[in-house]
Design a protein around this ligand. Structure first.
Ligand code: ADP
Ligand code: GLC
Length: 493
């Protein structure tokens, strides 16, 4: 392997299954473009490794083949391409048409069914990451740290640990412990991992094998996307069965709050808005409210509180509470606009409440980046009744857009929203609302609380201004990751 560089310029391979704007299903896509860009600003030599799905190959320029990996059953042959990205971070793409060249999403087909060969698809991602991080790498560039993200790259720390020879250190970043990459036990040996790793002290997980557990067990260090979530996952129920392992490894876990791409999410310049605005021109925000009301078929009314929702329709996000409170919400009076997709029963239920409350509730099913921006700007308040939330990005987008969020007090939502109380209003820290009682009644009374505050002009103005003044950039988070990398380098104390 190349001699270790000075500790001041760590070489890091950031391994991810999705990246904005090429292919994104949620916040990991946003993090995978914004964090590496911020790390490069801090003089970290970070490069990204991602599977070559069609939109990734189509969206990258100057692709060049830099290595070939011959077939090694069950892995088909693949090539490594280097490419340039819009985020100015070098990208390595795994070109393996047999595994990645198909229409549909990165993890599932168009009907939402997980790809049946996901173990192989993400086994290959993990395996190539580990090869690039070891002394058998075909490249001249040798990363010192492999930064794996979520279960899809969870086997990389395991492959590295079992490599006989020099290897990079590994960091396993948990963005969501609910997705665990669970496959039948035989997958272990099929993917060329030692049979003995199928063990409680290894990657065995309730009789199956888990990519995520492999990462949590074998990585040199663990990170997650907020300090509160780092604590929550060490106990049931939010440890999702991994709490024992995580509690044992508590000294190796760092919670780092995500940042956001402050250039893309900036109300002063956002091209998706009907009118740009700043903290000094808040009257212009109202133009976006009107635009959103018009676009979505809501009654145009500048005075009624308008709540916004954007997200994946899953149990995690708690949107199943919305149909239960829809009528009472409209009677406050208030309006609601919802953008998202996922659970088909919930898609139907939400579509139905919109039909039954025409002009007051609007629902758009689908993934629409532009509309997501308009909702952040046009809503008065943004709703996040998440049952759990490792970090959450939308509440930071909404605070930056002068749209105070209302969120369940869990995970990163606790770390990024300051609840509105007399004390927090007085000291100028209040930015939104948190509620504890995760029931329809609890959520509804929190919504009523927001509506009361909305009509108290000085209070509402203070919330908007406080939120817009806060720093959500990746600077502090990137510095914290850099510190972890440095601690993992061979010459660190
Ligand atoms: P998660 O990663 O759990 O989905 P986050 O809040 O971290 O939650 O990030 C979600 C990201 O995906 C945000 O950028 C959000 O705006 C975006 N998003 C989610 N659903 C949609 C949708 N239907 N249309 C557009 N953007 C969406
Ligand atoms: C996950 C989490 C979300 C987090 C995102 C990026 O999908 O659900 O809370 O913000 O990853 O880290």
């Amino acid at each position: 392997m190349a001699p270790a560089l000075t500790r001041s310029v760590p070489r890091v391979l950031f391994v991810t299954p999705e990246i904005h704007p090429l292919n994104k299903t949620g916040g990991l896509g946003d993090v995978s473009s914004a964090l590496p860009a911020a790390l490069r600003e801090l003089d970290v030599d970070v490069r990204i490794l991602i599977p070559g799905y069609p939109p990734v190959l189509a969206g990258l320029d100057n692709k060049r083949k830099i290595a070939e990996f011959p077939a090694q059953p069950p892995f088909p042959s693949s090539a490594l391409l280097s490419a340039c990205s819009s985020v100015s971070v070098p990208i390595f793409v795994i070109d393996c048409p047999a595994l990645y060249q198909r229409s549909g999403g990165p993890y599932a087909d168009t009907a939402g069914r997980a790809w049946p060969d996901n173990a192989l698809r993400f086994g290959l991602l993990s395996r190539i990451a580990a090869i690039l991080g070891s002394d058998i790498s075909p490249l001249a560039w040798h990363p010192q740290v492999i930064h794996a993200n979520d279960w899809q790259s969870g086997l990389a720390p395991a492959y590295l640990r079992f490599h006989q020879g020099e290897r990079a250190a590994s960091l396993m970043a948990i963005h969501n412990l609910a997705f665990q990459g669970v496959f039948p036990p035989a997958t272990v040996t099929e993917l060329a991992l030692p049979a003995e790793s199928f063990d409680l002290n290894g990657m065995e997980y309730y009789g199956n094998m888990s990519f995520l557990k492999a990462g949590l067990y074998y990585a040199d260090h663990l990170a997650t996307v907020s300090p509160t979530y780092a604590r929550e996952i060490q106990t049931a129920p939010l440890g999702f069965g991994m709490e024992g392992l995580l509690a044992r490894r508590h000294a190796d876990i760092t919670g780092i709050v995500n940042g956001i791409a402050t250039d893309e999410w900036d109300p002063a310049t956002d091209p998706a808005l009907a009118r740009n605005y700043t903290v000094g021109s808040l009257a212009d925000k109202a133009v976006n409210k009107m635009a959103a009301q018009r676009l979505l078929g809501l009654t145009v009314d500048p005075h009624i509180p308008l709540f916004g929702v954007v997200g994946r329709f899953t149990h995690q996000k708690g949107y199943d509470l919305l149909p239960q409170i829809a009528t009472q919400l409209t009677e406050i009076p208030a309006q609601l606009m919802i953008l998202g997709s996922g659970d088909s029963a919930l898609e139907q239920e939400l579509t139905d409440i919109a039909k039954n409350h025409s002009g007051k509730i609007a629902v758009r099913i689908g993934f629409d980046e532009k509309l997501a921006h308009l909702i952040e700007a046009g809503a008065d308040s943004f709703l996040m009744p998440s049952r759990f939330e490792p970090c959450g990005l939308n509440q930071m987008y909404s605070q930056r857009y002068g749209t105070p969020p209302l969120a369940h007090a869990t995970g990163g939502l606790v770390d990024t929203i300051v609840d509105c109380t007399p004390a927090s209003l007085m000291d100028g820290s209040a930015t939104g609302f948190l509620f504890l009682d995760m029931t329809a009644d609890g959520f509804l009374s929190a919504i009523r609380r927001v509506a009361v505050a909305y009509h108290d002009k000085p209070v509402w103005r203070a919330l908007m201004q406080n939120g817009m003044a806060r720093d959500y950039s990746w600077g502090p988070g990137a510095a914290a990751y850099r510190k972890i990398y440095s601690s993992l380098l061979p010459d660190s104390p």
